[in-house]
Design a protein around this ligand. Structure first.
Ligand SMILES: [Zn+2]
Length: 370
């Protein structure tokens, strides 16, 4: 940890437990090589392979896998453990111990034991990488965007430039990163990862994850999963700042949570959402731009509530004009709309990054005009 910046230390504070050190499943450009230490080792992080394997194992409880392969527990032991016949060889009295809590097995007859991956290796008599592939297959393919989002999340903690960018935008707590499922697209490695998991290239094209030329579409972008899209914020000043995959941006961000409040705060960007959520305003939602689509407008207007509009107070007045238009449109639909007046040149994100706190934002809410 000696070289980690404060930003890294904050974000990397989680998941530092060390479990089994598995040999890597494949050599992958973004993932390091199984023969050398993962290149993140000096920061005390878990290697991406191990994270992916842990995730796979969490999704496949050993007991489920055993029972799906016709194993039957014969008698219970203390601590929720079970004994049964060993499925790895001819067995006449139960010598196969399974601990469902630890997801481990051990056979007192043949002396073999391990986790679900080890079991798949022994049972199917395949190598480690094939066992992992079989388990992926058995679990069933995740929807493509979920798998991409998961990959990006693993990447985030491997790229200090991404962590530093988030820190600078006020995204500093692991809980917030977890809540928003924030990831990072370094570029040049998603395609390889997904095809390795068995997703066909045409599907990646169609989803917009890979360009016509075969490259990752998102490069150097912070990625936020939406309902059925992935929003990518560029770290580079030369690329377009905001990008979505083809298809709709969907409804209001995190609406399921916000809609239970009688008063909601509507912001235009996810970094605005992030700092407000972090400051304790969980009645916040985001329209991903100043233009609301019909679905988003419909969501705001269902039921009766007060909507606080906290759009950018940018120099050209675009944000405020959009907020006024939206406020009119909401009032026509019987919704109380209030306009929050941020200090000139600020959006909610920069307000908090510049030192604004929850108390001050509360005051802005109280002063919001009808
Ligand atoms: Zn055995």
């Amino acid at each position: 940890m000696g070289t980690a910046s404060p930003a890294q230390r904050v974000l990397l504070g989680e998941n530092r437990s060390h479990r089994f050190a598995f040999i890597t499943l494949a050599h992958h450009r973004c993932l390091g090589s199984g023969r050398s230490l993962p290149y993140s080792a000096d920061r005390g992080k878990k290697s991406v392979n191990r994270q992916a394997l842990d995730a796979l194992k969490q999704q496949i409880p050993l007991m489920d896998y055993l029972q799906a392969h016709d194993w039957h527990p014969a008698r219970p032991l203390s601590g929720g453990r079970w004994m049964g016949l060993c499925p790895l060889h001819e067995d006449h009295k139960p010598s196969f111990l399974v601990d469902p809590h630890k997801d481990l097995f051990y056979c007192y007859s043949c002396g073999r034991g391990g986790d679900v991956i080890r079991f798949a290796e022994l049972y199917h008599q395949v190598r480690f990488s094939q066992a992992v592939a079989l388990l992926h297959q058995w679990r069933g393919a995740e929807p493509l965007l979920d798998e991409a989002a998961r990959f990006y999340r693993i990447q985030l903690h491997r790229h200090s430039e991404a962590v530093a960018y988030l820190y600078q935008r006020g995204v500093r707590s692991p809980a917030l990163v977890e809540h928003m499922r924030i990831g990072y697209a370094p570029g040049g490695c998603l395609r390889g990862w997904l095809t390795q998991l068995g997703y066909p290239l045409p599907a990646l094209h169609q989803a917009g994850l890979v360009t016509g030329g075969g490259y990752d579409a998102y490069v150097h972008r912070i990625v936020f999963p939406l309902e059925s899209n992935l929003y990518g914020r560029s770290l580079s000043a030369t690329a377009p700042s905001h990008r979505f995959l083809p298809g709709a941006k969907g409804g209001l961000y995190s609406w399921a949570q916000a809609q239970s409040y009688p008063e909601v705060i509507l912001v235009e960007g996810l970094f605005d959402y992030a700092v407000l959520w972090e400051a304790g305003f969980h009645n916040v939602t985001c329209s991903l731009g100043t233009h609301l689509n019909a679905l988003q407008l419909g969501q705001l207007c269902e039921g009766s509530r007060t909507v606080y509009l906290a759009f950018d107070a940018d120099g050209n007045g675009c944000g405020q004009q959009a907020a006024q238009r939206l406020a009119r449109s909401l009032r026509e639909r019987g919704i109380t709309a209030r306009l929050i007046s941020l200090p000139a040149g600020h959006d909610p994100n920069s307000f908090f990054v510049a030192g604004g706190d929850a108390q001050e934002f509360h005051r802005l809410l109280q002063e919001a005009t009808l």
